[in-house]
Design a protein. Sequence first.
Lengths: 294, 270
Amino acid sequence: MSAPAYNFAYLDEQTKRMIRRAILKAIAIPGYQVPFASREMPMPYGWGTGGVQVTASILGPDDVLKVIDQGSDDTTNAISIRKFFAKTAGVATTTSTTEATVIQTRHRIPEAPLHAGQVLVYQVPNPEPLRYLEPRETETRRMHALAEYGLMHVKLYEDIARFGHIATSYAYPVKVSGRYVMDPSPTPKFDNPKMDDCPALQLFGAGREKRIYAIPPHSSVVSLDFEDHPFTRYRFDAPCALCGAEDAYLDEIVTDDKGGRMFVCSDTDYCEGRQAAGHRGSQGAAPHKEIAHG
Amino acid sequence: MAETQSAAPDDQLTLQPLLVAENLGKTYGRLVACRDISFALYAGEVLAVVGESGSGKTTLLQLLSAQMTPTSGRVSYRMRDGVLRDLASLGEAERRFLFRTDWGYVRQDPAQGLRMAVSAGANVGERLMAVGWNHYGRIRQTASSWLERVEIDTARIDDAPRTYSGGMRQRLQIARNLVTEPRLVFMDEPTGGLDVSVQARLLDLMRNLVSELGLAAVVVTHDLAVARLLSHRVMVMKGGRVIETGLTDQVLDDPHEPYTQLLVSSILPP
């Protein structure tokens, strides 16, 4: 049901046109941060105001929306945003990765492979990968313009010098289509390889920083590294305790106050799907809903 | 690229100027910072610019290093391919590339020339990574050998320069600038703010490096002792003009202009 007091998907049409123009520009220049006139949204900054604005501008009445937060469909943030669009746009929602046409995400890329026609919308807190080493915006823009990315390797160098390996485990910088270096938002670097040659369109919205950037389908996305310290996707020691998946990104769940813990898929839809198909982990009987955390 | 460069010390290059300034001038509104400055700097030559505070020394250095555009006149630089080019005609990318590779710029305050929060090794390695070095081991090895050359204990390669003393910071800044084997280095009061014994060591080090690497340098200083130790030629500035220029010993031992005489006689005997 669409609430009559709002325009379709909350934002007014003029704003949506403005955001769509920014999105088109972002798609035309893969990895380039396009400034846009970010609006005040009925949620605090840091809760996904950028992602919500992007989603609101691309959503049509026929779309099926999925919202995940840290891979999970049932955390507060994911549920609120899903409800928000169910109310203001009246679109169908789902938790299934394959059925969704628009997936808004915070911190994860779903485990199930994305397909052509889908749009993945990321919520981005800090769009500028060079920011922590170069505080001046004028300077970082110039560095992007001239493709001066030596500084990004300084960060990786520091990691190796300090920890013996590249310790950056999320927001791991990538180079898109051989040109722009981009911060893939705080997704774990485990997900970085999924961005490469992805058949779905990937859009990134940073509401507070007022930037939109994009990876068009089937673009090359390369994680930066050194020849002698190549990019590695980290692995987990044990499979998911619920569904036994060995190739999924796991969350550590504390189960009691005596040091008990379990590792389970962070992607709840993927985990439930596997359990429904008969896969079981070491604690496969535990009901999934209880381990979801907010 | 560094090897090919140092392997070509042809006489032709030394006969042609590396950096040429023609009628350089800079005004800030009605204030004239520099006027009508012309000179040529040759490869391997060290030129000291001396004068009191406010005489336009630092402005001149910024004009020469293309960090500031002159109000009048022009600066030309002989690129590695041997062609003398007007700096104003270079694109920003070319200018910045030059600044990172073929030039060095040593600032008076090392905190401005260094990244204070990242390790010494990364500070030295940054220029290498900027020109595409992509092998951690080799970057680190090069950084470490440069720390050795500037007499910094290599055990401190992973320490951030904010834990370094003033003299060490300045030496680190020099290593960071020289790692790409530039042909021209600009130095703005490189020994300012250091105590005398540290100054002496730094000057000794710089003199060695300059002669070893065959660097050309423009050193701005108000300290005539620095000029005497490092430079071949001296330019004396006052009120934005060059009032006297010549070989270092000639200018310092036999100054012609009254102002230069005053400057030379103002040195306190220890």
